[in-house]
Each structure stands twice: as structure tokens, then as C-alpha cells.
Design a protein around this ligand. Structure first.
Ligand code: GLA
Length: 380
């Protein structure tokens, strides 16, 4: 190659590289515009949960997808008490720090999940070193240390906290969890809200639970909210986890709950949405993570892919849910999916281990599913 043609070639490749760059930027920008977060920007935040696996392995492909589609993130596991404080006074911040840094980098509303919950609590939380049970005062003290330490660390970055998770039983009032049994009442719940508020006075504080469409749970929580309001307990939102299936719950009940909580002055957050497409095992439709049923092939009918008719049902279910969310957009702050792609969903293992489920908007190759396009099309 002579000098002239080498120069032309070099210029050509520089121009090509510049063009490729421009094109990449254009694609990036176009994608930015068409992410769910942009389509729904006038309605509510659209979020997802980030797994420990994504954080620990720095999964760039998934992180890029999340940044394009979502403007809010929730810590799926990395902020739960057993993970940040695996035993008394021993703190592990690495994954939680990475989670928060990712949200800050991408200008997202970051949700801290969850400060007080009966599951995934450090094994020594309710016991002294000699294995004797702690008393009420000690439990309150440990709760205070936990909430202050975690909320304080992320005070400037985390705008929304799931302060208490799943403290109410189906139809039976307060859940008789270790928290309740060790303190002898449910005042740990209001104390948790007060502590979170003291540590981060500007944060939006949520009570989060599953089966929030259940009339018994709804009526009980409404009573609690009225009492809290009277007594000035700082609570700002209700998290309806929204672990739904193709035909449960009845959306009329779901809607009544949106209206009932909003009528008490609460902002509504759908915090853990996904649509389970697999057969319901033993009429189990809750999200108590210790529940588990034996595997059978009958309960795992689609190990090699979702048939077209089921794909359509999944799409239709997402559409009816998002139509309902849009109808109540004045009351709803955020819709968060519990994960981004099917391969990472806890629903592959709950409540029956080893199944192949298809509950999210992206498939196992991180490609958008028909349900994704249908949800997007509601806003195009
Ligand atoms: C509950 C919790 C979540 C998560 C799911 C399962 O809904 O709130 O943190 O553990 O169960 O992923």
C-alpha cells in the first residue's frame, strides 16, 4: 500500500470508527428513549430488583439493560439484615455499596429493602452469645442499632425504604413472628418507622407485604394506618408486593386495596411484581419464603419453553395489570418488577424447587418478550 492510499485507508477507518461511534450513541439514545422508564415517565417510576449475582459478578450486559429500562432499583437481597449484618456487630457492605453506586451512577430512585423482616434475619439476632433468648429491651436496642447504622450509611442516596416487611398475617392481624413474640406486641413496627424517620427525615417510608389484595389484610392495615396517622407515626407508602399469577388475585380486590390505602393518604408502590405462569401447587398463592412443596413434572409443564397460548395469557395479564396501574396513576408512585429476566427469577424455585418459570418481561437471553412490547405499546 503506498503512502497516499494508506492515508486514505487510515482516514477511512477513522471516519468509519467515528461513524460506528455515532451509530452506537444513536442506538443508545434511541434505546434510552424507548425504555419503559421513559414511556411511563409521566405516570410512575418503573423499577426492577437487582440480585446479588448481578452485583457480585458485575454483570455488565444485565446492568446495561437495567439502566436502559428502569429508573428505580430495589436490593433483592443485599440489604436484608442477614446480609448486611450477618452476626451482631459484624457488617458487610460490599454488595450494598455496589448496589447503591449503580443507582447513583444511573440517576435512579434507590429502594432499600428491608429493615425489619421475620426472614433472612441473622441467626444470632434474637439470642445472646450463650444462646439464651434476648429480652424485649435488648431486641429494641438491636433493632435501633441496625436501622440507624444502615439508614445512616445511605442517607444521601436511598430515597425510599421498605421499613417493615410482612408483619401482618392473612386475616389474623399481626403476624406472630419472632419480632412480635420477643417484644410481646406490635409496637416494634411503629418504633421501626420512627427510627428510620429520625435517621433519614426526608426518606419515603413504606410498609411492604404480599397478598395485599386480601380483604382481611386490607381492613387490618387500614385500621393500623388510621391509628398511626392519629399518633403521628411517620409512614408514607404501602408496598403491594404483587407476586401474582395468571388468574389470581382477582384484580377487583387488588384495585379496592389501591383505593383503600390511597384513601388513608398512602402513596402506592407495587414493589415485587411478576406473573407466575406455572400450575398453582396446593392452592398456594402467598410469598412466605419458608413455604415449599415437593417437585413433580406435572407442576413443571414447560421446561423447554412457553407454548404460544401461555405466552399470550402472560401478555394479556401484564396488559390488564398495567391498564389498572395507569387508571390509578395519580395514586401510584412506582411499579417494580421482581427481577429483569426469567432466568434470575426466584419463581423458578418457589414454592416448588427446580421448575422453569417465565414470570418477567425479558426472557432467559435477556430479550424482550411479547409481554414487554404489549406493556410498552400501552404508552406508544
Ligand atoms: C419476599 C421479600 C423479598 C424476596 C421475595 C423472594 O417477597 O419481600 O425480599 O425475598 O420474598 O425473592
Amino acid at each position: 500500500m503506498n503512502n497516499l492510499s494508506r492515508r486514505k485507508f487510515l482516514m477511512g477507518s477513522a471516519a468509519l470508527a467515528a461513524f460506528a461511534n455515532l451509530k452506537a450513541c444513536a442506538i443508545h439514545k434511541a434505546a434510552d428513549k424507548t425504555g419503559l422508564k421513559d414511556l411511563y415517565k409521566d405516570d410512575f417510576l418503573v423499577g426492577t430488583a437487582i440480585s446479588n449475582d448481578t452485583l457480585a459478578n458485575d454483570n455488565q450486559r444485565l446492568k446495561t439493560l437495567i439502566a436502559r429500562e428502569f429508573n428505580s432499583i430495589t436490593a433483592e437481597n443485599c440489604m436484608k439484615s442477614a446480609l448486611v449484618q450477618p452476626s451482631q456487630g459484624q457488617w458487610e457492605w460490599e454488595l450494598a455499596d455496589r448496589f447503591v453506586a449503580f443507582g447513583v451512577e444511573n440517576d435512579m430512585d434507590i429502594v432499600g429493602h428491608a429493615l425489619v423482616w421475620h426472614s433472612q434475619v441473622p441467626s444470632d439476632f434474637f439470642f445472646h452469645d450463650d444462646a439464651s433468648p434476648i429480652d424485649r429491651e435488648e431486641l429494641m436496642r438491636r433493632m435501633e442499632t441496625h436501622i440507624r447504622t444502615v439508614v445512616d450509611r445511605y442517607r444521601d442516596q436511598v430515597k425510599i425504604w421498605d421499613v417493615v416487611n410482612e408483619a401482618i398475617d392473612e386475616d389474623k392481624g399481626w403476624r406472630k413472628s419472632d419480632w412480635y413474640n420477643f417484644t410481646g406486641s406490635a409496637d416494634y413496627v411503629e418504633k421501626a418507622f420512627q427510627l428510620a424517620h429520625d435517621a433519614a427525615p426526608d426518606a419515603h417510608l413504606i410498609y411492604n407485604d404480599y397478598n395485599m389484595h386480601n380483604p382481611g389484610k386490607r381492613d387490618f392495615l387500614v385500621e393500623v394506618l388510621r391509628d398511626y396517622k392519629k399518633r403521628g407515626i411517620p409512614i408514607h407508602g404501602v408496598g403491594m408486593q404483587s407476586h401474582v399469577g395468571l388468574d389470581y388475585p382477582d384484580l377487583k380486590e387488588f384495585e379496592k386495596s389501591i383505593e383503600a390505602y390511597a384513601a388513608e393518604g398512602m402513596r402506592i408502590h407495587c414493589t415485587e411484581l411478576e406473573v407466575d405462569v406455572l400450575p398453582v401447587a396446593w392452592e398456594h398463592t402467598g410469598a412466605e419464603i419458608s413455604d415449599s412443596f415437593e417437585y413433580s413434572d406435572e407442576l413443571n409443564p414447560y421446561p423447554d419453553g412457553l407454548p404460544a397460548d401461555m405466552q399470550q395469557r402472560l401478555t394479556d395479564r401484564y396488559v390488564e395489570m398495567f391498564e389498572l396501574f395507569l387508571k390509578h396513576r395519580d395514586k401510584i408512585d412506582r411499579i417494580t418488577l421482581w427481577g429483569t429476566h426469567d432466568g434470575e427469577s426466584w419463581k423458578n424455585n418457589f414454592p416448588v424447587g427446580g421448575r422453569t418459570n417465565y414470570p418477567l418481561l425479558f426472557d432467559r437471553n435477556m430479550e424482550p418478550k411479547p409481554a414487554y412490547f404489549a406493556v410498552a405499546d400501552l404508552k406508544r
